[in-house]
Design a protein around this ligand. Structure first.
Ligand SMILES: [Zn+2]
Length: 101
């Protein structure tokens, strides 16, 4: 695990960055919702992934997750979501939380 997380993206000052964000959430959709999934570069359907705000990288994990869940309430995917898994956004990152709906 990295010792010190950056609170500013170094790839163009993105608020959310798949390299700099500390946490990511993987959205596991209900059965039959494959058309709501994202498409990866090879054309495969994959579970949507969202990243936390880089500026919140040093906040407690509970705070970051609460913020992400709060914003997700308004997401069109919400009513098609079964489970959300939160991971540390790094290779081999640990599952840090799970939210079931
Ligand atoms: Zn970045």
């Amino acid at each position: 695990m990295r010792q010190e997380y950056p609170i500013k993206c170094t790839h163009g000052d993105h608020k959310i960055c798949k390299h700099c964000s500390r946490y990511k959430m993987v959205i596991l959709l209900k059965n039959g919702c494959d058309d709501m999934k994202d498409t990866d570069p090879s054309g495969k359907k994959v579970n949507p992934v969202r990243y936390s705000y880089v500026s919140k990288n040093r906040k407690p994990v509970e705070t970051v997750i609460a913020g992400m869940l709060h914003r997700f309430q308004n997401n069109v995917l919400m009513k098609f979501t079964n489970v959300i898994h939160f991971y540390e956004n790094e290779p081999g990152g640990q599952l840090v939380a799970e939210k079931r709906f």
